[in-house]
Design a protein around this ligand. Sequence first.
Ligand code: PMP
Length: 278
Amino acid sequence: SLAYFNGNIIGIDDPVIPIDERGHQFGDGVYEVIRFYQGKPFMLKEHLDRLFMSAKAIKLEIGKEQEELEALMLELAGKSGLADADLYVQVTRGVAPRNHLFPKCPASLSITVKPARELSHQVRSEGVHIVLLPDERWQNCYIKSLNLLPNVLAKQEAFEQGCFESVLVRDGMITEGSSTNVFIVKEGKVQTRPLSRYILAGITRLAVKEITGEQGIPFIERAFRPEELLEADEVFLTSTTSEVLAVTAADGRQIGDGQPGPVTRRLYECFQQKIKAM
Ligand code: PMP
């Protein structure tokens, strides 16, 4: 593992964040998690685009060109010596005496590169259980902001109920998971919520959308109700670290026959091929 803060490569456990760092005090920043497979980043351009979009949405000047940041991330990933890694990048509004108003100081940049967090074979082959919870987040969930308290609380609640993920409901409709996008399959058609301010535009969601196009699988972007999820043939989650992950029960009720379904398995296989081909 390896870490970087504002120009210096440091040890992963080194104490480096100044007490007046705005990420630390306000969660005033944005982030990305990028998966490296065999030393190569997966959909890096899309992650960088989203990072710059998130920064712009909170009026944060990153202070580096996209190409410069890309080169730095690749350099650090290379230096880590890790083939399969999770790269975490965080940009905050910098270090300044605590005051809500924007400071006149450069942004802070933190990066870590760690061994990829892999799901166990059992979880992959058997699928996971989820709970439905109210979506208590703010109205700008398209921004990948450091403010993750509602997501943290929702994930912990899922864990305490013996589940892998919580799937969130706003105004009677499913939005997304606490750290995943959510899909249902009904009569062979893949459905997920359209992009809006209420969900993150997941990069893995985009990859799945591309795969359905290549495979001729119908892909419908429409919001759906919890009952539709409970009655779906298949349910699956996507994220950078979960990839494509089958859901076999929700709120204690079995989905389909309780096994990862054929469409989910096919999408997962195609996703693996996409990785191998890059
Ligand atoms: N929604 C939320 C709230 C997330 O935190 C994540 C993880 N970044 C996702 C969806 C999935 O996004 P991605 O596929 O880009 O990892």
